[in-house]
Design a protein around this ligand. Structure first.
Ligand code: MSP
Length: 632
């Protein structure tokens, strides 16, 4: 690949940025970062769509000049992109004079060549909202916004001869399987095209709308907003201005869009380019929608997720990670606090955070933080090295196939294999047994694996992965192109003693709403394999002491015996058990949970209890058994 040019839709400047905007922009950012990290010249364009009725009206309501209104509202997007660590190379605004000039030149050229003509336009017009509506927009024949009757209006307008490209476009799509992705979206476009393509009305009379780019050949009209907006993809990369830049980056490698703007991008845009004699983009990729639970997000339902709130709550990188790991690009995905917390805790706190803190503790304890060199590579090491090597290959494959969730999962497989490797080689006992050579090998191999993970996930979590590398004591690096499992980057560097990378999120509401017993429903997506199940270590424990937590009526602080070890645990059971009732009970705990602070008190694990409605019972053993015994 000699270059990579990625775009997002340009967002309506009036909207408040929401999770949908954040998703496309983070996806584009991750793709851009990955390609840069592979040393591929990259250009990443995003921006705002600033003309049209809505902006004009919003400005009028505020008694503001539309340009000034845009200058103020655009800041919401710019601020969010800075917060989200977005590395766009240029931010295009359709009110930029450079862009307006290109649009006018294109219009003039197409008009001169007879691709644009004047004709009669018949449309449904809502006088109240001052806008044209298509047949599809109408609800029971009325305006969907104000529910008023619409009037049929016939007026002169300018048209782009889109219909003449119908057969060409059908053929182009059929012979270029990568042009529209995923492929089922190509079928959708083909279905639309086969119904018959009409010419596209590309003007609005100034008496109805003045906030737009004036048609260069008729001062009474402005350009239809989509025709103006789509041109951003070429005007933003030097078209008619910087020939060298345009030649370097065009055609776009990926136009990322949401599924709702498929027709404009896969029908209007290609036919416009064809008429302009400009090469087609390589891929138009339509992703699915973020839903809240199972519902569409909408202002009226009040369920729109605000990215700023999420960043505040969980940090930028965890939010970026969630967006990419949770959505299979192409399909819809669901956002709820529960899905977010579950993924964060399992992937970031338990798997990645835990892997790192284990390695770190052992290196600090046994070698004063200096990462040792490997002494001998055995079968276990070879296995982890293989998974590490594969992680990179699979990530690059996933990138090419736009399956970032699968790529991330392949990298997390390195982490999971790393944790299994530590379980198997048990470096904590190696130290006790004096097997120092083996200990060195285990720590080196683990550090090398986590270093690879940090580079491979840098595009997704740039800040956290840089932090991880600083804690490893190595130079910050996000370049996948430099990775080589056989090259030593980590040995002899000095590890820092940092806090946890991803502190576990503890749900505040520990208890006690009455719940109806749910019907058992087997959701295939929630099935786990036996290996996955056994990642959770369940053990028996004996409660030695119990006391109430001051100021928290639902919590008890317990001291428990787990084999040789005494642990402290905070449990939300105070509404169900008095402290004195539970001392001496043999309970079951999750023993390998990342420690968490609940109300400032450290909790090293979680006890198991069964709950239905207002009843809760501890899971205990059937009679005496030594504490620390495995449960499974
Ligand atoms: N201005 C046009 C695009 C012009 S591009 C030449 C536009 N803007 S928008 O702000 O309304 O939408 C921008 C993008 O946000 C679209 O790709 C749309 O699909 C996406 N999303 C809006 N809501 C969404 C979700 N709930 N989930 C995912 N993306 C969604 O359309």
């Amino acid at each position: 690949m000699d270059k990579f040019y990625v775009t997002t839709p340009i967002y309506y400047v009036n909207d408040k940025p929401h999770i949908g905007h954040a998703y496309t922009t983070v996806l584009a950012d991750v793709l851009a970062r990955f390609h840069r990290s592979l040393d591929i010249p990259t250009f990443f364009l995003t921006g705002t769509d600033e003309h049209g009725q809505k902006v004009e009206k919003a400005a009028k309501l505020r008694n503001e000049d539309p340009q000034k209104h845009c200058d103020e509202t655009v800041e919401r997007f710019k601020e969010l992109w800075v917060k989200l660590g977005i590395t766009n190379d240029y931010f295009i605004r359709t009110t930029n004079s450079d862009h307006k000039k290109v649009v006018q030149e294109v219009l003039q050229e197409l008009y001169d060549r007879g691709e644009i003509y004047k004709g009669d336009f018949t449309g449904h017009y809502c006088v109240g909202c001052e806008k044209f509506l298509t047949e599809k927009d109408l609800v029971d024949g009325k305006c969907p916004d104000c529910n008023r009757e619409v009037t049929q209006i016939v007026e002169s307008n300018y048209f782009f001869k889109m219909s003449k490209y119908q057969d060409w476009l059908i053929d182009y799509i059929e012979t270029h399987p990568n042009f529209i992705q995923p492929s089922f979206r190509a079928n959708e476009t083909l279905g639309f095209l086969r119904k018959g393509l009409k010419d596209l009305c590309i003007s609005r009379h100034k008496s109805r709308l003045s906030w737009g780019i004036e048609l260069p050949f008729d001062k009474d009209y402005v350009c239809y907003v989509w025709f103006d907006a789509l041109i951003n993809y070429i005007s933003g990369v030097g078209y008619k201005k910087d020939a060298e830049m345009f030649a370097k980056y065009w055609p776009a490698s990926k136009h990322l869009i949401g599924k709702d703007i498929l027709t404009t991008h896969t029908v209007y845009w290609p036919t416009m380019l064809k008429a302009m004699n400009v090469e087609m983009p390589e891929t138009i990729f339509a992703h699915g929608w973020w839903l809240t639970g199972r519902e569409k997000m909408s202002k009226s339902l009040g369920n729109v997720i605000n990215p700023m709130d999420m960043i505040e709550k969980c940090g930028v990188d965890a939010f970026r990670y969630f967006l990419l790991a949770e959505m299979s690009p192409g399909n819809d995905a669901s956002f709820t606090e529960e899905t977010f917390t579950a993924r964060y805790n399992s992937d970031l706190a338990n798997d990645l955070g835990n892997f790192f803190s284990r390695i770190q503790k052992m290196t600090l304890r046994s070698f004063d933080g200096i990462i040792p060199e490997a002494v001998a590579v055995g079968e276990d090491e070879a296995e982890l090295i293989e998974v590490t090597r594969n992680g990179r290959t699979l990530m690059e494959k996933a990138l090419a196939e736009m399956k970032l969730d699968a790529g991330i999962n392949a990298v997390m497989d390195i982490v999971r294999a790393g944790n299994r490797y530590l379980e198997k080689t048990a470096p904590w006992t190696l130290a006790k047994k004096g097997e120092i050579d083996k200990l060195k090998t285990v720590l080196y191999t683990s550090c090398n694996a986590i270093y690879h993970v940090s580079v491979l996930l840098s595009a997704v979590m740039p800040e956290k992965m840089a932090e991880l590398q600083k804690n490893l004591g190595v130079a910050v690096c996000d370049k996948i192109s430099t990775l080589d499992v056989d090259k030593n980057v980590v040995a002899n560097s000095k590890m820092a003693d940092c806090g946890g990378l991803f502190p576990r999120i503890v749900e505040e509401k520990v208890e006690a709403k009455a719940e109806k017993p749910k019907e058992v429903e087997v959701n295939v997506a929630s099935l786990v394999t036996i290996d996955e199940f056994f990642k959770t270590q369940l053990k028996t424990a004996k409660i030695l002491q119990a006391e109430k937590v001051e100021g928290a009526d639902k919590l008890l602080k317990l001291q428990i015996q787990v084999g040789e070890e005494t642990r402290q645990l905070v449990a939300g059971i105070a509404l169900y058990y008095k402290p004195e009732e539970i001392i001496g009970k043999n309970i079951v705990i999750v023993a390998n949970l990342v420690p968490a602070k609940i109300r400032g008190i450290e909790s090293q694990g979680m006890l198991l209890a069964a709950k239905i409605g207002k009843e809760l019972k501890l899971i205990t053993t059937d009679g005496e058994i030594a504490s620390g015994a495995s449960v499974g």
